[in-house]
Design a protein around this ligand. Structure first.
Ligand SMILES: *Cc1c(COP(=O)(O)O)cnc(C)c1O
Length: 392
């Protein structure tokens, strides 16, 4: 049976897939079953940090998979220790918990915040405040954290104790986030799924200050914006703040499932034996892959990400078919003027470029090391696709 027919027959239809079957890839080029090549401007939703089947990444996995692929967390293994050390070095956080996805990384952050607040401020202090339009995952708890009601409707009751506030409204934030009932404020500095919205600097800074003054934990969700994506190692570093807890996943292991929750000094000892766990968390192969990725996200690469991001913005400057362009580094949202984002993405695909959408925007999350010629070719195709057919 053909892949696409078999998929429709046997796999739960939660994904409205494009009629494309990807069979291989190298660097920023994906190849479908008919041999058609695409420049990938989505990286599997910001996951394949160094593109498809990158040699260094592959070698790291091959080396680890011929030593040990899994041991459970009953024993020590080297790769996750190495990875933890690297993450601590790069962030100034204190300790790490490893899991397998963004939702799990956030669950861990939420559990930690609840325990900290209940011990420090009492049993009634459990609320987690998040931003409308944010996205934190698909489990019942991370859905509750996600400030987008259309995701909630069919799955009530969700985990209680979550409240959402509007980006930029500090007055609302302070009235909702009462110090005696609020365990944490959890934000994305750049809302990815919500439309690549850069949360304003002064608002983020004010949240950080408010958290500090009131012993409310600041959790920053770096699942999408992290690991070099915005031209800093984590997106919060663009803001000059220091969160208490950071969650990350997507690009961390370059294409293998891995999540991490980073704990700052205040909360580093909050969990005791048995408080949290994961069978696969810290898997040696995923961790070895992540070590190979994180090591390469150095100042030179970060500068390159910023330069390429600016290149994209300059390329589209004054484009009459664009309403607005947003984002940071290689996390970019383009709001088309004359078409829907979905129409643009479809046309791009037909013309050999894979893009994503985020709400009413075309979202670009290319590999951090996308070659400049691939980037330029992709931008030409996107530009054409943004133009109305009349103008073409
Ligand atoms: C994708 C995403 C998640 C969820 O990650 P999964 O790995 O799909 O569970 C959480 N937060 C943000 C900001 C994301 O972009």
């Amino acid at each position: 049976m053909h892949v696409q027919e078999a998929d429709k027959k046997y796999i739960i239809s939660t994904y409205n897939r494009f009629p494309v079957t990807i069979v291989s890839g190298k660097g920023s080029i994906a190849v479908d079953e008919n041999g058609k090549k695409y420049i990938d401007m989505g990286s599997g939703i910001g996951v394949t940090s160094f593109g498809y089947c990158d040699n260094i990444w592959q070698d790291a996995i091959k080396a680890q998979i011929s030593l040990v692929q899994h041991t459970s967390n009953l024993y020590y293994t080297e790769p996750c220790t190495k990875l933890a050390e690297l993450l601590i070095e790069k962030t100034g956080m204190s300790k790490v918990f490893f899991s397998n996805s963004g939702a799990e990384a956030n669950e861990c952050a939420i559990k930690a915040a609840r325990k900290y607040a209940s011990e420090k401020k009492g049993k009634d202090c459990y609320n987690i405040i998040t931003l409308w339009n944010g996205f934190h995952g698909r489990t019942l708890t991370t859905l509750a954290a996600t400030g987008q009601e259309h995701y909630h409707e069919l799955f009530q009751p969700l985990t209680s104790g979550f409240k959402h506030v509007h980006v930029g409204d500090l007055y609302e934030l302070k009235s909702v986030a009462q110090p005696n009932t609020t365990a944490a404020i959890m934000i994305e500095c750049i809302q990815g799924e919500g439309g690549v919205n850069v949360v304003p600097q002064n608002y983020v800074q004010a949240i950080a200050d408010y958290c500090k003054e009131n012993d409310i934990l600041l959790i920053v969700d770096e699942v999408q914006a992290g690991n070099g994506r915005t031209g800093e190692f984590y997106s919060y570093m663009n803001y000059g703040i220091q969160p208490d807890i950071v969650s990350t996943a997507k690009g961390l292991a370059g294409g293998l499932p891995m999540g991490a929750t980073l704990f700052g000094e205040k909360v580093k000892d909050i969990f005791a034996f048995g408080d949290h766990g994961s069978t696969f968390g810290g898997n040696p192969v995923a961790a070895a892959a992540a070590v190979s990725i994180v090591k390469r996200i150095d100042q030179k690469l970060l500068r390159e990400v910023k330069t390429k991001g600016q290149f994209v913005k300059d390329f589209f400057k004054d484009d009459p078919d664009i309403e607005q362009i947003s984002g940071m580094g290689l996390m970019i949202g383009i709001k088309p003027k004359n078409k829907t984002a979905a129409e643009v993405v479809k046309q791009c695909m037909e013309n050999g470029v894979l893009c994503l959408t985020a709400k009413d925007k075309v979202r670009l999350l290319p590999a951090l090391n996308i070659p400049l010629d691939n980037l330029k070719s992709a931008l030409e195709v996107i530009k054409q696709s943004l133009a109305t057919s009349k103008q073409r």
